[in-house]
Write a protein that binds this ligand. Sequence first.
Ligand code: ADP
Ligand code: MG
Length: 319
Amino acid sequence: MDEFDLIRRYFTRPPDDDAVLLGVGDDGALLRPEPGFDLICAVDTLVEDVHFPATLGASDVAYRSVAVNVSDIAAMGGQPKWMLLSLTLPESDASWLADFSRGLFEAARSYSTALVGGDTTRGRQLTISIHLLGVVPAGQALTRSGARCGDDIWITGSVGDAAAGLRLMSRQLPGNDDVVLLRQRFARPSVRVRLATAIGRVATAAIDVSDGLFADLGKLLDASAAGASLDLDRLPLSTSLRRLYSGDARDLALGGGDDYELCFTAAAEHAETIEAAAVDTATPVTKIGTVTASKRITCLAGGVPVEIADRGYRHFAES
Ligand code: ADP
Ligand code: MG
């Protein structure tokens, strides 16, 4: 199977989207966005053994690669639309490719995104890079920099699950419900696109949690030149996380990455609107703190200040 058979067989499906004038097959994709929208572009690369373990199944690798990009578009309040897939493969293994392609198109369907092009190369280490284009009504994109002193800080879903799930992948364990759920939270993160668009008008800033809540909230606050007071007793921890990691659930929730939950800020007067949006979109949300003027994050547990050292995951970090 050469490169072109591979592209035809696994990655060519006519997209059900009138904005795609030309998809896979020509020198480039030809897209016609609707007037009145701004374009959001994001790219995320996943390298085997760096971003996911080699034991992760091909369909999950593909699903996750799409989801992490969708998460960036959602964090800007946008709707994901068109993606390009850049794939580096050590070999062309038909059964691996069939699974990968299945997971990719499953994710594409869940997030209403069309694959419109890409590139396929041979290389030593499995590497998946997805470029995703999304749209947002003109001038309405959510950024990291709008948080204001006094705003509430919110987080969707629960945090720490994916980091726990990743730990569980390297261990042979009987697959009880908690183990399965936590692994699934790593393999197939549920990106909060609908909530993100629903809160677009009231949220002041947003970021998706990829490197850990503490680190990513820190980036939002830096961009907003603000600080925060965080109530650790309010961190949303799943029942499965509490059951399997009772000792370090809180550390996983603050420092563990890969959850792709949405952290956002909004003026306190909008709390009811946010809770209504949460109900409408069936997305749990929790208020975990308040934006302050101090330029640092103060954490409270049981009303007492606690020191948190975590700075989140960084490539090329010294330690
Ligand atoms: P060129 O040599 O003109 O760059 P390529 O051989 O790289 O063309 O790609 C041929 C067509 O297939 C292009 O439309 C490209 O976007 C698409 N394509 C290549 N690899 C992939 C892939 N992994 N997924 C989706 N489309 C792909
Ligand atoms: Mg090419």
